[in-house]
Design a protein around this ligand. Structure first.
Ligand code: ATP
Length: 345
């Protein structure tokens, strides 16, 4: 089911939790809402679900304006961070719950519910555990039951709010891979909220990066990592450093001196680059700073470099260097970004 969010505004006591948000989600897409705490991810998910209603703007399911439809009328599946399974019900009863409580006109017969539950158990790879109670399952298994329960009503769209947030790192990683496979098998339009960028980049077809109630950028993992469109996205995703620069006649100047890179445009800006997109050089027109620390990652090394700032606190940047490069603490190094972006001020 295609979902269109048109110019949504959501206020809580005049505080704008969402401010003019528009987004088109294609049928069958797996979308991540990614952003820091308070950026409006959960609010947007709840509005799509129909758990809350917008102050202004529209939400369309296909061509139908669903902005003011209830959760039931929208027929969405919802999974929260804390598995809200019914503790006194078995796995099978939990999964079948949404079908059993339907009005009699649309309620499937008992045998049909049993068949559907068994199919769903298979789908979430929990066959054999149908008679267990939630407290006899691991955290990862409980989240898969929650997902099967959300799927049982054949939702038009699946909405997941930090579904793996409460699980430990290893189970999280397993479930991530599992969810991607599950999505590819079932092809449900799925929107999930996360503040874990690795999770968003690994899982989603497209990532929606949010900040302060607005969408900063929408794109594939490659788009948001390699082609960030704003200083916020550049800093929020991955590692980066930035320095104030000016651009004159195609040359980038730092502290008034050329640093060996060129850029279209003119005027003051901020130069952003990632630690892995930097080369150590011998030439004079380059950035120059003192190594203050270095730390080893698995296959490489990050050097922390201070650049003097005329009596003020030095600029601090991080640069990836070969594992055995001669970067001694306290030594001066010259370097240049090999990929970068200048955002005008
Ligand atoms: P987190 O990652 O911490 O869950 P989030 O990105 O999901 O954050 P939201 O929960 O959508 O953020 O909240 C967005 C903003 O709206 C926050 O400033 C929050 O305090 C505010 N907000 C959310 N729900 C309400 C509410 N019911 N009443 C008042 N303010 C609210």
């Amino acid at each position: 089911m295609e979902v269109t969010v048109n110019n949504i505004r959501k206020e809580f006591e005049r505080f704008p939790a969402l401010n003019d948000v528009s987004l088109k989600i294609a049928s069958g897409e797996l979308i991540a809402l990614l952003g820091p705490s308070g950026s409006g991810k959960t609010t947007l998910l709840r509005l799509i679900a129909g758990l809350d209603f917008p102050t202004a703007g529209q939400i369309l399911f296909g061509d139908e304006d669903a902005s003011h439809h209830s959760v039931q009328d929208r027929n969405v599946g919802f999974v929260f961070q804390h598995y809200a399974l019914f503790r006194h019900m078995t796995v099978a009863d939990n999964i079948g719950f949404g079908l059993k409580v339907r009005p009699s006109a649309t309620r499937p017969a008992k045998a049909e519910i049993r068949r559907r539950v068994s199919e769903l158990l298979d789908m979430v790879q929990l066959s054999g555990l149908e008679k267990r109670y939630p407290n006899q399952l691991s955290g990862g298994q409980r989240q898969r039951v929650a997902l099967a329960r959300a799927m049982a009503i054949e939702p038009r769209i699946l909405l997941l709010d930090e579904p793996f947030g409460a699980l430990d790192a290893k189970v999280r990683k397993e479930l991530r891979r599992w969810l991607r496979e599950f999505h590819d098998r079932t092809g449900h339009t799925t929107v999930f909220v996360t503040h874990d960028q690795e999770e968003a980049l690994e899982l989603a077809d497209r990532v929606v990066v949010m900040s302060q109630g607005k969408i900063e950028q929408v794109g594939s993992a490659d788009d948001v990592y390699d082609r960030p469109q704003s200083p916020f996205v550049f800093s929020f995703i991955g590692e980066s450093s930035h320095l104030p620069v000016s651009v004159k006649e195609g040359t980038v100047l730092f502290q008034g001196e050329p640093i060996g890179i060129s850029e279209a445009g003119q005027g003051e800006g901020d130069l952003f680059f990632r630690p892995e997109d930097v080369a150590l050089v011998d030439e004079k027109d380059a950035l120059c700073g003192k190594v203050t620390a270095s730390r080893r990652l698995a296959g490489t090394r990050i050097a922390e470099i201070d650049i003097a700032n005329d009596g003020h606190a030095p600029y601090h940047v991080e640069v990836e260097v070969p594992l055995h490069a001669a970067v001694e603490l306290g030594s001066e190094v010259r370097f240049r970004p090999t990929r970068w972006k200048v955002f005008a001020k």
